[in-house]
Design a binder for this molecule. Sequence first.
Ligand SMILES: [Zn+2]
Ligand SMILES: [Zn+2]
Length: 464
Amino acid sequence: MPTILKFCGGTREVSGSNHLIQTDSSKVLLDAGLFYGHRQEFYQNNTNFVYNPFDIDALILSHVHIDHSGNIPSLVKRGYRNRVYTTSATKSLCRLMLLDSGKIQEQDVKFVNKIHRRKNLPSVKPLYTKKEAEYCMRFFRGVSYHRKIRVTKDIHITFYEAGHILGSALVLLEIKENSRRIKVGYVVDLGRADLPLINSPEFLQGLDYLIIESTYGNRMHPPISEAKEKLAQVVNTTINRAGKVIIPSFAMERTQEILCFLSELMEERKIKDVPIYLDSPLAIDITAVFKRHLSYLDARTQKLFSEGLGPFLNRNMVYMRKVNESKKLNRDSRPMIIIAGSGMCESGRILHHLKNNIEDKKNTILVVGYMAKNTLGKRLVERQRRVRIFGEEYDLNAEVVVNNAFSGHADRDALIEYVQKCRDGIKKIFVVHGDEDQSLALVKRLRERGYDVYAPYKNEEIEL
Ligand SMILES: [Zn+2]
Ligand SMILES: [Zn+2]
């Protein structure tokens, strides 16, 4: 039987990455990400697998982001019992992020069931619980970069640095098919050179097939140095008018990047000494994982840690776990910087800070990440005059600044450059993980450069 690559999710869309490699004697999955969508679609897509999870021999996980790892508990719930191979840093991060995801599923269902009870509808169950997420952690095996390991009788894998977030990996798969050897590269997600804290992406060599992401298949980012400059500008303007800078932030990576930049800016005396509050227990736990996996960080960050404090601690940083500490900030009128989750302002402590600060024009809300449609974050970005928080309306008088230069993904030119640097002998390239217009734009540009490229559809099978 020839080797078959089946694209089970994350094609012509961003979420739900999931691909199956099937050989004569083994079935291996690449990622098991959560598909995002409206409730019914969400449940359907995340519970119906086109393969039997019980028959899968191994799962290879590229990185912790929920659109790559978030459906592992469902897979285990439906019979998957073999190993999950990933980097050691990703394994540590999954313990935090998957449990948090389980908690969110439970909370969400609680809310839905309240409505169902009122309407006399049957109650619904969460996709998975926190406990079920915890159970799946026993299948994880942490592997370091550059170590070739055998995952099944005929498939070996090696992880390389993806330069995307802590522990993120590009995967080189070597498949033995009779006398033939097939090399497949899985480059999803691809990071950027020069991101703070972590190393730059590595290039996979000698590939026959390449699977590559296309989140920004048709867009360019400003350089990351601009993210830092703009951050300084916003802090200075706001502090000069005695206001507060409120940053809704994603607990994973973006928060640590901001802490690192703020710390550098204070050392360089480019911003004034004001207190920086990190008001998110999850972000605090994730920051601790960075410190436990020093070998995954770049040389500069490692050196900072070895010299003492490192990039996440300076005299002005306050880490807050307790809710009552968080509440005290409401009565504190000094200029300050508050970083709180959740990133899209849909839940979490950020809501309290927004509620208390949004009506004062001295303050600034600094947006540093992607805001999806129909979220409070999006309404802030659109600068709607009045916004609803906890069921009450507030005037949006605070300044809203969007800093787009923070991105963990390669942009259009970097994706093309990546392919060109892996060029030798690539037979075919598959473009995945992007909105359809982004994927197709990248396909077009790569075709113009002479590559055989294709954007597969969901559940399409291709013989290698
Ligand atoms: Zn990612
Ligand atoms: Zn992704």
